[in-house]
Design a protein around this ligand. Structure first.
Ligand code: KG4
Ligand code: ZN
Length: 339
């Protein structure tokens, strides 16, 4: 009999539920909250309210799609943090009540570990290759930018991280400066594919070690556009694709330079990417090039497992289930954490 885990994710603005049988995905449902687009960013109060409205239908859909009854569940896994507290509380409270009602174990999951462990989700249709330990994972999302040395499923060490903005945040802020809709990452990605990545140059950080910094780049984009708009008020409109391509190229240069350095220093050639920005087509294709150039084994997650999803929570729950790492009804969500 397989282990059936219901995974629940509600850390930011996506309400998601997924069903997994051992490490094989059965269903993966996400309700996006469009309401935030008109505010140019996630409004925490609205996010928790929308989670409250979405959570029951999303879980119902995940169970139905998987064709699993709630009495067949082995455990409930939920995102405990990091994230927005009001959002996390909705998923955590539901999970606690559901697990208690069914008298099954409750498993708390760290959202950042789950982004990385998304690489271990198996698909019934194909047995995808998974990274071997130890591997390096570049986790790039809206709130985090880290290089993680992964020695085992739960033996993870951050060896480099941003000292200011995250990579996804930089995409989103650059898009906002250009008047593009939220979230900016996918919009910049699409426009960049039609532009010249070498047309404009922006500031790159000069900090030691494996850490990242994106605040200088953001300021450099802001000042450059302010100066150009004084000369031509239609500058952004006329050069949108080249601007997006150049900004994206600069963000990827910053990320990949550190990743190459980390691989060189550790001697590790198993390289994975995770998180929302790992959906970026430029990052995906540059990594595919590096695979040949550097002789790396590269692991790029399917698009469905890049941005926030519950399949990654369910698979993390599965590995914790195997270790019998269950959690207490009194565990409180946390807004910030490393692992
Ligand atoms: O992992 P995620 O869904 O949520 C967090 O945990 O933060 O990441 C969301 C971030 C946003 O900043 C979004 O703009 C970015 O991922 N993103 C992208 C792309 N798709 C999503 N950034 C660049 N290119 C993309 N295609
Ligand atoms: Zn995330």
């Amino acid at each position: 009999m397989p282990v059936y885990i219901l995974g629940i994710e509600s850390s930011c603005d996506d309400t998601a539920a997924a069903l997994i049988a051992d490490d094989v995905i059965l269903s993966n449902i996400t309700a996006n909250q469009d309401i935030h687009a008109s505010f140019g960013g996630v409004v925490p109060e609205l996010a928790s309210r929308a989670h409250q409205q979405n959570i029951i239908p999303v879980i119902h859909a995940a169970l139905q799609k998987a064709n699993i009854g709630k009495n067949q569940l082995s455990a409930v896994a939920y995102t405990r943090g990091p994230g927005l507290l009001g959002s996390l509380l909705v998923g955590a409270s539901f999970s606690k009540a559901f697990a208690m009602g069914l008298n099954i174990p409750l498993i708390e999951v760290n959202h950042l570990q789950a982004h990385i462990l998304a690489h271990f989700i198996r698909n019934t249709a194909r047995s995808n290759p998974v990274p071997s330990f130890p591997f390096l994972c570049l986790t790039v999302s809206g709130g985090h930018t880290q290089i993680v040395l992964v020695r085992d499923h739960f033996d993870m060490h951050i060896i480099g991280q941003t000292i200011d903005d995250a990579a996804g945040e930089t995409f989103d802020k650059a898009a906002k400066i250009m008047g593009l809709p939220y979230p900016g990452g996918p919009v910049v990605d699409t426009l960049a594919s039609k532009g010249d990545p070498m047309r404009f140059s922006f500031a790159k950080p000069n900090i030691p070690g494996l850490d990242f910094s994106f605040s200088g780049l953001k300021t450099s984009i802001l000042y450059f556009l302010r100066d150009q708009l004084k000369l031509d008020e239609n500058f952004i409109e006329k050069n949108k694709a080249d601007l997006c391509a150049s900004i994206q190229r600069t963000i990827l240069d910053i990320l990949l330079l550190r990743l190459e350095k980390a691989a060189g220093e550790t001697g590790i050639r198993e390289i994975a990417i995770a998180g929302g920005v790992s959906a970026n087509s430029g990052l995906r294709s540059r990594l595919a090039d590096l695979k040949h150039e550097k002789g790396w084994n590269v692991y790029i997650p399917p698009l469905a497992y890049t941005t926030d999803n519950a399949a990654m929570i369910a698979v993390t729950g599965y590995y914790k289930y195997l270790k019998k790492e269950f959690s207490s009804q009194s565990d409180a969500p946390y807004a910030r954490s490393s692992f």
